[in-house]
Design a protein around this ligand. Structure first.
Ligand code: SF4
Length: 333
């Protein structure tokens, strides 16, 4: 959003997606549902990196797992290249095309298998390699992620966190995916290693024409790698625009507070702190009839308490991107 896009470039379309989880005692009348993802719509275009940010518990990982097929939606649809992923047959046919890289590089690799087996297995299962060429393909994958051939004999426990994440990335690209969902892939790594893995992801994107959904709870890495950024709050997108628009012309009070709370490496984007979060932390269990940010927003009015703001394009000053806030009612277009 904020950029004119051709619909033929659309890779993934999420329409009114809801994913809830029951919480509390499962007795009649007492069980409650927490809406991890709440009526969320989003589009991801071919070749882009869409950054998805928000504080812990806002539903980012649930959204990632639902897109990747590890969770089923409670309601709503996900379309991949126009195909409805709620059909089992379609999901199966697209399973190699959407891959995921997890935050925990260790638990996402089988500690009992060496790197060769970890990389060769998906190639064999998905018939992307024959007995003859599987070894060559494994070596090529290792080379693509900057690891030497002799690492094939090592086990995950013998590698550093950054090296393990490189193996995870190699495994993800081995299936020739179109979309990789990266769920906080560098947040558990040291700062210098984070930069190396981000550079690797950027290089691979060019080489393999990949599209990324890059999830993070901070803004530093997201700013570096993303073309667009979506800001998530309690299950919904509250603002989405190009990386430049979000960093220089954030509109939503939550985005503003989130930017103020995050260290931003690029001095061009450092900001005066003039919006801080009010009151209590976000509570996904609390039922609200209006804007979910109402209890923490210093600009809240009575109207916000009773009405739900929709994500709509806003033209304000030098910026035009989508935001869900009543403050911009008169700037809608
Ligand atoms: Fe704040 Fe109201 Fe905007 Fe919600 S709609 S973010 S409560 S001003």
């Amino acid at each position: 959003m904020g950029v004119t896009r051709n619909s033929s470039e659309l890779l993934l379309k999420i329409e009114n997606l809801t994913r809830n989880f029951p919480v509390g005692t499962p007795s009649p009348g007492k069980s409650k549902n927490v809406l991890a993802v709440d009526n969320l719509s989003l589009e991801i275009y071919q070749g882009e990196t869409l950054g998805l940010v928000g504080e812990s518990g806002c539903g980012k990982s649930t959204l990632a797992l639902t897109i990747a097929g590890f969770l089923n939606p409670s309601q709503g649809k996900i379309y991949f290249e126009g195909k409805d992923l709620s059909s089992r047959k379609v999901r199966k046919s697209c399973r190699t095309e959407i891959q995921m890289v997890f935050q925990d590089s260790y638990s996402s690799l089988n500690p009992r298998k060496n790197i060769y087996s970890i990389l060769a297995e998906p190639l064999r299962i998905n018939r992307l390699a024959t007995k003859k060429d599987v070894a060559e393909k494994v070596y090529k994958l290792l080379e693509s992620v900057g690891l030497p051939r002799h690492y094939t004999g090592k086990y995950p426990g013998e590698l550093s966190g950054g090296e393990r994440q490189r193996v995870n990335i190699a495994r993800a690209i081995s299936l020739k995916p179109k979309l990789i969902v990266c769920d906080e892939p560098v947040s558990a790594l040291d700062l210098s290693v984070q930069a190396q893995v981000l550079n690797l992801l950027a290089d691979l994107q060019k080489e393999y024409n990949l599209t990324y959904l890059f999830i993070a709870h901070g803004l530093g890495n997201v700013q570096y790698i993303s073309d667009r950024i979506a800001v998530m709050y309690l299950g919904g997108i509250v603002e989405i625009g190009t990386s430049e628009e979000i960093f220089t012309h954030a509109l939503h009070p939550y985005t503003e507070a989130f930017l103020n709370a995050s260290p931003v490496p690029d001095p061009k984007y450092r900001r005066e702190i003039h919006n801080i979060l009010c009151e209590e932390a976000a509570d996904a269990l609390k039922t609200v009839s209006g804007c979910k940010f109402y209890g923490r927003c210093q600009y809240a009015s009575g109207h916000c308490k009773e009405n739900v703001p929709k994500l709509r394009f806003v033209q304000e000053g030098n910026t035009s991107h989508a935001c869900a806030c009543f403050l911009y009612e008169k700037f809608l277009y």
